[in-house]
Design a protein around this ligand. Structure first.
Ligand code: ZN
Length: 147
């Protein structure tokens, strides 16, 4: 199977059966994102444990790319710290906008989004969930450091 077909299958699969779809109640933070260029809308709820995202869910309506990207993102960031998520976001951003270098191996299944870079109009569809996640993380209480 070609890499491109594999990527396409991952996108189709996550669009058809999105992971972590729904809403957490109660949640530590939530944020809504909207991509007016395509009409994608999503709401993200998340629960923190200290500095880590313990659990998160998304709901909303969007195109296949935005739904698959949000689904892949929830799987990728669950259990990760803010710092790890910031690094991962940097790698996803590079993959979507400047896919010149070798993609970071820790991207894992997120590599399925590599093809999006060929369609600049769709980059916002794929990055909407990450912007929404960043907004939600900013609204979570920052853990107090005792150091
Ligand atoms: Zn879209």
């Amino acid at each position: 199977m070609h890499l491109k077909e594999l990527y396409r299958d991952v996108i189709l699969d996550h669009n058809r059966s999105p992971r972590n779809f729904g809403r957490l109640q109660p949640a530590d933070a939530q944020a809504a994102g909207h991509n007016p260029l395509c009409g994608d809308k999503l709401t993200l709820t998340l629960r923190m444990q200290g500095d880590r995202v313990e659990d998160l869910r998304f709901e909303g309506q969007g195109c296949a790319i935005s739904t698959a990207s949000a689904s892949l993102m929830t799987e990728a960031v669950k259990g990760r710290s803010r710092q790890e998520i910031a690094r991962l976001y940097g790698e996803v951003h590079a993959l979507l906008t400047a896919p010149t270098g070798e993609p970071a191996p820790e991207l894992g299944k997120l590599l399925a989004l590599a093809g999006v870079a060929e369609f600049p109009a769709r980059v916002k569809c794929a990055s909407l969930c990450w912007h929404t996640l960043n907004a939600a993380l900013e609204r979570t209480p920052t853990p107090v450091s005792t150091e």
